[in-house]
Design a protein around this ligand. Structure first.
Ligand SMILES: [Zn+2]
Length: 222
Protein backbone atom coordinates (compact mmCIF):
# COMPACT_ATOMS: atom_id res chain seq x y z
CA UNK A 1 0.00 0.00 0.00
CA UNK A 2 1.25 3.47 -0.90
CA UNK A 3 2.16 5.68 2.06
CA UNK A 4 1.26 9.35 2.17
CA UNK A 5 4.94 10.21 1.79
CA UNK A 6 5.23 8.08 -1.36
CA UNK A 7 2.08 9.67 -2.74
CA UNK A 8 3.43 13.17 -2.05
CA UNK A 9 6.66 12.28 -3.87
CA UNK A 10 4.67 10.82 -6.78
CA UNK A 11 2.74 14.12 -7.09
CA UNK A 12 6.03 16.06 -7.10
CA UNK A 13 7.53 13.72 -9.74
CA UNK A 14 4.45 14.22 -11.92
CA UNK A 15 4.67 18.01 -11.54
CA UNK A 16 8.33 17.91 -12.61
CA UNK A 17 7.31 15.94 -15.72
CA UNK A 18 4.62 18.53 -16.50
CA UNK A 19 7.19 21.28 -16.05
CA UNK A 20 9.63 19.44 -18.35
CA UNK A 21 6.84 19.20 -20.93
CA UNK A 22 6.35 22.97 -20.66
CA UNK A 23 2.79 22.58 -19.37
CA UNK A 24 3.56 24.53 -16.21
CA UNK A 25 6.05 27.33 -15.76
CA UNK A 26 7.06 29.18 -12.61
CA UNK A 27 4.62 28.38 -9.83
CA UNK A 28 1.60 28.12 -12.15
CA UNK A 29 -0.46 24.95 -11.99
CA UNK A 30 -1.21 22.61 -9.13
CA UNK A 31 -1.81 18.93 -8.46
CA UNK A 32 -3.63 16.68 -6.04
CA UNK A 33 -4.31 13.06 -5.16
CA UNK A 34 -7.04 11.46 -3.09
CA UNK A 35 -6.31 10.03 0.35
CA UNK A 36 -8.82 8.49 2.80
CA UNK A 37 -9.11 11.71 4.83
CA UNK A 38 -9.46 14.01 1.80
CA UNK A 39 -6.74 15.08 -0.61
CA UNK A 40 -3.06 15.92 -0.72
CA UNK A 41 -2.42 19.09 -2.74
CA UNK A 42 0.60 21.10 -3.81
CA UNK A 43 1.33 24.24 -1.76
CA UNK A 44 0.86 27.81 -2.91
CA UNK A 45 3.82 29.63 -4.46
CA UNK A 46 6.63 27.09 -4.22
CA UNK A 47 8.75 26.30 -7.28
CA UNK A 48 8.34 22.70 -8.39
CA UNK A 49 12.08 22.05 -8.41
CA UNK A 50 12.19 23.00 -4.72
CA UNK A 51 9.19 20.95 -3.61
CA UNK A 52 9.68 18.26 -0.97
CA UNK A 53 7.05 15.91 0.52
CA UNK A 54 7.07 18.12 3.64
CA UNK A 55 5.74 21.04 1.58
CA UNK A 56 2.59 19.19 0.55
CA UNK A 57 -0.70 19.95 2.32
CA UNK A 58 -3.49 17.58 3.32
CA UNK A 59 -7.00 19.05 3.07
CA UNK A 60 -10.37 17.61 4.10
CA UNK A 61 -13.27 17.23 1.61
CA UNK A 62 -14.74 20.36 3.25
CA UNK A 63 -11.57 22.39 2.65
CA UNK A 64 -10.02 22.33 6.10
CA UNK A 65 -6.23 21.99 6.31
CA UNK A 66 -5.50 18.75 8.18
CA UNK A 67 -1.74 18.53 7.84
CA UNK A 68 1.14 20.61 6.46
CA UNK A 69 2.99 23.80 7.31
CA UNK A 70 2.37 25.63 4.05
CA UNK A 71 -0.71 27.24 2.53
CA UNK A 72 -2.50 24.87 0.14
CA UNK A 73 -2.68 25.91 -3.52
CA UNK A 74 -5.02 28.85 -4.09
CA UNK A 75 -6.87 26.61 -6.54
CA UNK A 76 -7.43 23.80 -4.03
CA UNK A 77 -11.21 24.18 -4.42
CA UNK A 78 -10.92 23.02 -8.03
CA UNK A 79 -9.27 19.79 -6.89
CA UNK A 80 -11.44 19.29 -3.83
CA UNK A 81 -14.77 19.81 -5.60
CA UNK A 82 -13.81 17.53 -8.50
CA UNK A 83 -12.74 14.79 -6.08
CA UNK A 84 -15.95 15.31 -4.08
CA UNK A 85 -18.08 15.03 -7.23
CA UNK A 86 -16.26 12.16 -8.92
CA UNK A 87 -15.68 8.98 -6.91
CA UNK A 88 -13.89 7.48 -9.95
CA UNK A 89 -11.18 10.17 -9.84
CA UNK A 90 -8.03 9.72 -7.74
CA UNK A 91 -5.77 12.51 -9.02
CA UNK A 92 -6.19 15.95 -10.61
CA UNK A 93 -3.72 18.18 -12.47
CA UNK A 94 -4.22 21.82 -13.37
CA UNK A 95 -1.83 23.21 -15.97
CA UNK A 96 -1.50 26.16 -18.32
CA UNK A 97 -0.40 23.97 -21.26
CA UNK A 98 -0.11 26.12 -24.36
CA UNK A 99 -2.62 24.71 -26.83
CA UNK A 100 -5.37 23.93 -24.33
CA UNK A 101 -4.96 27.36 -22.75
CA UNK A 102 -5.06 28.96 -26.21
CA UNK A 103 -8.34 27.20 -26.96
CA UNK A 104 -9.73 28.23 -23.57
CA UNK A 105 -9.72 31.80 -24.87
CA UNK A 106 -12.38 30.82 -27.45
CA UNK A 107 -14.86 29.49 -24.83
CA UNK A 108 -15.64 26.55 -27.12
CA UNK A 109 -16.20 22.85 -26.53
CA UNK A 110 -13.74 20.47 -28.18
CA UNK A 111 -15.81 17.56 -29.54
CA UNK A 112 -14.36 14.05 -29.47
CA UNK A 113 -12.23 14.16 -32.60
CA UNK A 114 -9.63 11.44 -32.08
CA UNK A 115 -9.62 7.95 -30.58
CA UNK A 116 -7.13 8.73 -27.83
CA UNK A 117 -9.62 11.32 -26.58
CA UNK A 118 -12.35 8.63 -26.50
CA UNK A 119 -10.06 6.33 -24.57
CA UNK A 120 -8.41 8.62 -22.02
CA UNK A 121 -10.67 11.68 -21.72
CA UNK A 122 -13.84 9.72 -22.45
CA UNK A 123 -15.85 12.74 -23.63
CA UNK A 124 -15.75 16.19 -25.15
CA UNK A 125 -13.62 18.84 -23.45
CA UNK A 126 -15.87 21.67 -22.37
CA UNK A 127 -14.81 25.14 -21.33
CA UNK A 128 -15.87 26.37 -17.89
CA UNK A 129 -17.10 29.97 -17.85
CA UNK A 130 -14.58 32.65 -16.97
CA UNK A 131 -14.18 33.27 -13.26
CA UNK A 132 -12.11 36.33 -12.30
CA UNK A 133 -8.78 35.48 -10.68
CA UNK A 134 -9.06 35.27 -6.92
CA UNK A 135 -12.62 33.89 -6.77
CA UNK A 136 -11.36 30.45 -5.79
CA UNK A 137 -14.55 28.79 -4.56
CA UNK A 138 -16.58 30.03 -7.55
CA UNK A 139 -13.86 28.72 -9.86
CA UNK A 140 -13.93 25.30 -8.19
CA UNK A 141 -17.69 25.06 -8.40
CA UNK A 142 -17.82 26.10 -12.06
CA UNK A 143 -14.97 23.80 -13.10
CA UNK A 144 -16.29 20.72 -11.27
CA UNK A 145 -19.78 21.26 -12.73
CA UNK A 146 -18.55 21.82 -16.29
CA UNK A 147 -16.19 18.81 -16.15
CA UNK A 148 -19.17 16.47 -15.79
CA UNK A 149 -18.07 12.91 -16.52
CA UNK A 150 -15.17 13.97 -18.77
CA UNK A 151 -11.55 13.68 -17.69
CA UNK A 152 -10.60 17.13 -18.94
CA UNK A 153 -12.07 20.62 -18.89
CA UNK A 154 -10.75 24.00 -19.96
CA UNK A 155 -10.87 27.05 -17.68
CA UNK A 156 -11.81 30.05 -19.80
CA UNK A 157 -8.91 32.44 -20.48
CA UNK A 158 -6.82 30.52 -17.96
CA UNK A 159 -5.84 26.87 -18.50
CA UNK A 160 -6.96 23.27 -18.29
CA UNK A 161 -7.69 20.59 -15.70
CA UNK A 162 -7.22 16.87 -16.32
CA UNK A 163 -8.03 13.99 -14.01
CA UNK A 164 -7.81 10.23 -13.83
CA UNK A 165 -8.06 7.18 -11.61
CA UNK A 166 -4.58 7.71 -10.21
CA UNK A 167 -1.53 9.92 -10.74
CA UNK A 168 -0.21 8.17 -13.91
CA UNK A 169 -3.72 8.13 -15.38
CA UNK A 170 -4.29 11.85 -14.68
CA UNK A 171 -0.84 12.74 -16.00
CA UNK A 172 -1.62 10.88 -19.22
CA UNK A 173 -4.99 12.67 -19.45
CA UNK A 174 -3.18 16.03 -19.19
CA UNK A 175 -0.94 14.98 -22.09
CA UNK A 176 -3.83 13.71 -24.21
CA UNK A 177 -5.86 16.89 -23.52
CA UNK A 178 -2.97 18.99 -24.78
CA UNK A 179 -2.57 16.79 -27.88
CA UNK A 180 -6.31 17.01 -28.59
CA UNK A 181 -6.21 20.79 -28.24
CA UNK A 182 -3.34 20.93 -30.74
CA UNK A 183 -5.17 18.62 -33.17
CA UNK A 184 -8.37 20.65 -32.88
CA UNK A 185 -6.53 23.91 -33.50
CA UNK A 186 -4.49 22.58 -36.40
CA UNK A 187 -7.34 20.74 -38.16
CA UNK A 188 -9.68 23.73 -37.68
CA UNK A 189 -7.18 25.83 -39.61
CA UNK A 190 -7.82 23.80 -42.80
CA UNK A 191 -11.37 22.49 -42.31
CA UNK A 192 -13.96 21.35 -39.80
CA UNK A 193 -12.82 18.32 -37.77
CA UNK A 194 -15.38 15.51 -37.86
CA UNK A 195 -16.37 14.21 -34.40
CA UNK A 196 -16.48 10.50 -33.56
CA UNK A 197 -20.10 9.29 -33.09
CA UNK A 198 -21.09 9.16 -29.41
CA UNK A 199 -21.75 5.37 -29.44
CA UNK A 200 -18.18 4.75 -30.56
CA UNK A 201 -16.79 7.20 -28.00
CA UNK A 202 -18.53 5.18 -25.28
CA UNK A 203 -17.53 1.77 -26.62
CA UNK A 204 -13.90 2.83 -27.03
CA UNK A 205 -13.78 4.34 -23.53
CA UNK A 206 -15.19 1.08 -22.12
CA UNK A 207 -12.68 -1.00 -24.09
CA UNK A 208 -9.82 1.22 -22.85
CA UNK A 209 -10.94 0.97 -19.21
CA UNK A 210 -11.80 -2.70 -18.99
CA UNK A 211 -10.48 -4.69 -21.91
CA UNK A 212 -7.49 -2.95 -23.51
CA UNK A 213 -4.50 -5.26 -23.62
CA UNK A 214 -6.41 -8.22 -22.16
CA UNK A 215 -7.58 -11.49 -23.67
CA UNK A 216 -11.14 -10.09 -23.67
CA UNK A 217 -10.04 -7.45 -26.17
CA UNK A 218 -9.09 -10.14 -28.68
CA UNK A 219 -12.49 -11.81 -28.63
CA UNK A 220 -14.61 -8.75 -29.36
CA UNK A 221 -13.99 -8.92 -33.07
CA UNK A 222 -13.50 -5.16 -33.24
ZN1 LIG B 1 -4.11 28.31 -13.09
Amino acid sequence: MTTHRELKQAIIDACLKLEALGYIIGTYGNASARVPEGLIVTPSRVNYTELTPEDMVTVSPEGEVLDGQRLPSSETSVHRLILNARSDVGAVFHTHSLYATSLSCLHQTIPVIVEEQSQVIGAEIRCAAYVPAGQHLALGETVAKTLGTSNAVMLANHGVVACGRDIPDALFAAQVAERVAYMYLSTSAVGKPVPIPQEHVESERHRWLYKYGTAADRTTGS
